[in-house]
Design a protein. Structure first.
Length: 431
């Protein structure tokens, strides 16, 4: 990343960056906002500018937050934050302003502030930690969300004056069969999803946002992910999860505007009005018992998933993109796709048409006390209402795959609409 100026008329550092945010938005974000969700000419110019320097540059400003329908990047650093005890409404608002300023710079391949890692006084810590100096933007996106606890009253007091703005559907997820959740690594007041094609760029983003939050919010838990397990564009090939199967074949794609409007974006007619154009994010850390799975014969693995392992085709026949035929029988007269296979139980035809947009990642966190890999899927999904995920998860209660997975962490957050020129993430809460 470079120390290139952004059009902001003053060099401000995190904590004093509102003026810089507005200057940055005016300089690089207004075009993207004016031209809608795709970013229009600004997005095209950004991609052209970065093409020779390490991949696309995604605009921070726009109708929807980046990192949802954006082509899924290769690496993830997800982080959950809690507001500090004693922090007030002004602290929350200034934090969101400062985070937005920093995110708008980092997603363009710039340092976290105009003074950067080598500017300013040599007697003070630099604003930027510096590990991304010289690296391109690497398709970095930063997505912000608000957890249920941000809207809850503490000790009978409405901490931030937001209780009346809490979305009805924003509540801690109910318990599901097979949950073994770690409370210390679940939920949180705020979340940050940083995705990039370079893991160091994603980690740099969360590290610097955590520094900026000092005194106002603290890191509750975080998760690194690699090897995307879903796609959001037709140009991307379907990736594989750690069970070795293609994952996300039937995911909602970025160009399917009708499906996005129906299943992902909160509508103008939904409540509350401030969340229109936003979404809801569910995060689930799913530990995979991969050593046990690796000893299962291929035919049984395919029966559990309901798809061919090599090509990803449904066991009813065809290619990867062929619609599963749940009525088809095999030579013995049994269903070609098992009634309790993952594909069948999760399919929209079996769930009243419910669909979600997935952006999951594989993870490996070392090993367990038993000498096995601590590995699995960090599941991320976006939906118009948390009820969509709840319905699907309940439908999977008899999934054959449950023998090989454990849900160990969980959370849900409201994702506000995109950031307009001269504004910041979540500004609607303070209007």
């Amino acid at each position: 990343m470079t120390a290139e100026e952004t059009g902001s008329e003053d060099a401000v550092r995190p904590g004093l960056s509102r003026r810089g945010l507005f200057g940055l938005a005016a300089g690089v974000g207004a075009a993207g906002l004016a031209l809608g969700a795709g970013g229009g000419a600004w997005a095209a110019n950004s991609i052209a500018r970065a093409g020779a320097a390490g991949g696309p540059v995604h605009p921070f400003f726009g109708e929807h937050q980046a990192g949802i329908t954006t082509p899924v990047q290769d690496h993830l650093h997800f982080a959950s934050f809690d507001m500090m005890e004693g922090a007030d409404r002004a602290d929350l608002q200034s934090l969101l302003q400062d985070w937005s300023y920093a995110a708008a710079r980092m997603t363009q391949g710039l340092e976290v502030s105009a003074t950067g890692a080598v500017g300013g006084s040599p007697e003070a810590p630099p604003d930027d930690t510096g590990e991304a100096l010289g690296l391109p933007a690497s398709a970095l996106t930063i997505t912000f969300g608000f957890g249920p606890t941000l809207f809850e009253a503490a000790d009978g007091a409405d901490r931030y004056g937001l209780a009346s703005l809490r979305p009805t559907g924003l509540a801690k997820l109910p318990a599901f069969l097979g949950d073994d959740l770690d409370p210390a690594r679940s939920n949180g007041d705020l979340c940050v999803q940083a995705c990039a094609d370079d893991p160091q760029v994603a980690v740099h983003a969360v590290r610097n946002l955590s520094r900026i939050a000092f005194g106002r919010a603290r890191l509750r838990w975080s998760q690194l992910g690699f090897g995307k397990t879903s796609k959001t564009t037709a140009a991307q090939t379907t990736p594989r999860n750690l069970f070795g199967f293609k994952d996300g074949t039937a995911n909602i794609l970025a160009d399917d505007t009708e499906a996005l409007a129906e299943h992902v974006w909160v509508g103008d007619e939904d409540e509350p009005a401030w969340l229109a154009g936003g979404s809801y994010l569910v995060a689930r850390k799913i530990a995979m018992l991969i050593e046990t799975w690796d000893r299962v014969r291929l035919s049984e693995q395919q029966r559990i998933i309901g798809r061919d392992k090599s090509e990803g085709a449904p066991l009813s026949g065809g290619t990867e993109t062929t619609a599963p035929d749940f009525r088809k029988r095999d030579a013995a007269g049994s269903p070609a796709i098992d009634a309790t296979s993952h594909v069948r139980l999760a399919h929209p035809d079996m769930n009243g048409g419910v669909r979600i947009l997935r952006r999951g990642y594989n993870y490996v966190d070392g090993n367990t006390d038993l000498g096995r890999l601590d590995a699995g899927l960090f599941f991320l999904s976006y939906q118009r209402s948390p009820e969509q995920f709840i319905a699907l998860q309940r439908a999977l209660s008899t999934d054959l795959m449950n023998e090989y997975v454990r849900h160990v962490a969980s959370g849900v957050w409201a994702i506000p609409r995109g950031v307009g020129a001269g504004s910041y993430a979540g500004a609607e809460l303070f209007a």
